[in-house]
Ligand binder design. Sequence first.
Ligand code: DC
Length: 220
Amino acid sequence: MTAVAIDGPAGAGKSTVARAVAHRLGYSYLDTGALYRAVALAAIERGVDPTDEAALESVAVDLDVILSDGRVMLNGRDVTDRLRDPDVTRIVSTVAAHPRVRAALLERQRTLARSGDVVMEGRDIGSTVLPDADVKVFLTASETERARRRAEQAGLPTDEASIERLRDEIAARDRADATRDVSPLIHAPDATLVDTSELTVDEVVDRIVDAVRAVERAAS
Ligand code: DC
């Protein structure tokens, strides 16, 4: 069983790259951000305050969520697109910063990873969730490039002022993710750093696929 961990900040291209790597290798793709977003959405729907750690912990423990082929089912409902809405995005960093929420989702993520060959994408996969992952990659890109990609992905305006606003939002979320006490977004020392600002998706995917194939060759 081979595990590939892809971490990095918002907009670094993790989802696109992780999905393509999984597809090329025939591995399953697991987006762990979707789990945190699902907790945030469930909290919104149940009227739970994003600062109420105990209540959020029970939301996370009871979460009826299924990740399958890049789709996310919450209580049997396809919420994949809903999870990207601004109300969810606005509170998800606060939700993800609670140690008890993270603890509740940790075992769930490890169980998912044990289901076979996986590409798992998140913020703390190489450092905390799967410290023994066979290949660890930390993707990054400049803040402006990440803002531009987010705008294009979400069909938002791409004029300079809009990009600047998005860039500030992204920088604020990075700060929140990188400075929380538990499992902050960090570049694990044994993860390969890839700056995607000047690379095409295919170039990034090729590099990771090559690294995985080298590991597989060494193991066989
Ligand atoms: O990748 P994303 O934007 O969907 O992630 C949503 C939030 O979840 C993000 O603010 C950081 C958090 N997250 C996390 O703390 N740990 C993970 N493994 C994945 C996401």
